[in-house]
Ligand binder design. Sequence first.
Ligand code: FAD
Length: 537
Amino acid sequence: MSHRSLHWFRKGLRLHDNPSLLAACDGCEELWPVFVLDPWFVSNQRVGANRWRFLVESLQDLDNSLRQLNLRLHVVRGKPSEVFPELFKKWKVTRLTYEVDTEPYAVERDKEIDNLAAHHKVEVIKKVSHTLYDTNKVVSKNNGKVPLTYQGFQVLLNKLGPPPATVTSLNTQLLKGCKCSSVPEDGKVYEVPSLEELGVTCEYPALYPGGETEALARMERNLSNTNWICNFEKPKTEPNKLSPSTTVLSPYLKFGCLSARTFYFKLLEVYKNRKHTSPPVSLHGQLLWREFFTMVGAVTPNFDCMEGNPICRQIPWDDNQAYLTAWEQAKTGYPFIDAIMTQLRKEGWIHHLARHSVACFLTRGDLWVSWEHGQKVFEELLLDADWSLNAGNWMWLSASAFFHQYFRVYSPVAFGKKTDKNGDYIRKYLPILKKFPADYIYEPWKAPLGVQQAAGCVIGKDYPKRIVDHDVIRPINIKRMAAAYRNKAESTETQKNSKKRSKSDTDDLNESDVSSKKRTKKSSKKQESIGAFFSSC
Ligand code: FAD
């Protein structure tokens, strides 16, 4: 029997390695590729202008690619539960296909749509292709439990073997016999929205244009640098390089413009017969971090909150709006932190260790503001904002879950200096400080008034005074963390997990605190590899 298929693009905005899209084409007489502009994402998610632009560009690119196959993208405005019954009837749909999404909103939404489809006698086919592995399969392989350490996760994946192979890209051959729906009469209704329609104004140029075409080109550019790929060690990349020191494939992976499996197998081709680095520090290792947090996020209740989240330590964070605003608005008075937050707002992407630095500063390091607030700011400003990855990494950095060495604190002064003594990164993102001598660029409050005046920037007038004194607040916050860790009120579940985890964690994670000095020579080698592990997450 031939089908009238509706393929629902949500993430997975691509034609390559898209098994559910191929399932739509199988035995299909007519095909409608659809994206639903769901108002939930406007009201419930904080989506900044840069990410809206990335999405619009990705949809335009997808539409262009579909048109080359004599198809088109139909962008439907409205709630999925309201638009689908209408579309099922209007287009006489018999099959609905989509990619599995494990985020809580998506799970609920998809359940409702599956029920509606059943009601309209529409067959539903869903396939896993956002992640390397099928999350449910991984968890059931582990007797329904989730490994809460990367090492445990790796052991489990080793049992599963390599991820499933990629599938072929959509092409004319696969569409043979399938009538392509161009819907001329109401074509305008289904057009890709403009930024004006969305009410979005972008202040800054796009450094990372959205779409599958750009994703594949960016991946290939990265892959062509075989030495760099084979020697990639995440902890050795730099947070404050003027051009990114990692791939910047994250926004493309987030929206599914790039298939993680495609990237994984392309890396494997580069690695073949060459000496190369390994997880957790290699690029394969980075994809496994993505997999790890997605999996834990999929099965942990309230993963993006502190309360009701069984793996999250309950820490009595302060409710300090002034600190939060200063951090968010790049006005902490610590140039390294403010430069990172400026880059984030303007460009929508910052390096992983830059994320570490500002996340640690906001939470346990300096400001003692809850990670949930930081998570929301990242959710708005990151091009790659991803529900599971964002929450998981924020819990890690605030030592609320996964990582427990809360006494390792990033210095907002010394850490940046390690890789950028002259402060060129700060000069780029905070031009008000650009004339400061290198000696003072990380600590401008220390510059004598004459030096400040000569640099055209007086601290407290042209650039804020530092919001806290790191050297004073750090030991106070460490004590507060110690108290929170001792707190008997924390759930038995957390205690049990942390006990189980503590050995492997203390063995493997560590040393971000460049202000905690005097490592003994004896332990430095071990610490280096331990440090590599910590920084790699
Ligand atoms: P590369 O180093 O080139 O790595 C390749 C890919 O591996 C990335 O694109 C990403 O998909 C994955 N990856 C790398 N590191 C991690 C990690 N620690 N956890 C999960 N996946 C990883 N990443 C997001 O994609 N979305 C987020 O919302 C997000 N929020 C974060 C919040 C905090 C507080 C921190 C510390 C990290 C966060 N990360 C997030 C993880 C990481 O910083 C980014 O994935 C990475 O910096 C993206 O740059 P890249 O593509 O050049 O990474």
